[in-house]
Design a protein around this ligand. Structure first.
Ligand SMILES: [Zn+2]
Length: 90
């Protein structure tokens, strides 16, 4: 009977440790994100809108296209082609 009690106690202890570990890693992860955020975006880069799929991309990563004398930005070459085709068909 004492052995069974010890097994239960050990089990409860293990479960308690697992729960504690989960909470601790969650909290640590949040702290890591907070600390890592500034180096990831050192300077506030201007975001440009992709007119084809309507996502925002940093200007440096965007595909720059001049259509009818206007500068447009796209997330990919594919999007710029799709937008150009749509514009031409109008
Ligand atoms: Zn796109």
């Amino acid at each position: 009977m004492i052995i069974r009690f010890l097994i239960y106690a050990a089990l409860i202890y293990v479960i308690y440790r697992i729960i504690k570990l989960f909470f601790r890693t969650d909290r640590r992860r949040e702290e890591d994100i907070k600390q890592e955020r500034p180096p990831v975006q050192p300077a506030e880069e201007e975001l440009v809108e992709d007119l084809n799929c309507h996502t925002y991309i940093p200007q440096s990563q965007a595909v720059r296209k001049e259509i009818a004398g206007q500068i447009y930005y796209f997330c990919s070459e594919k999007c710029s082609e799709e937008y150009r085709k749509l514009n031409n068909s109008k």
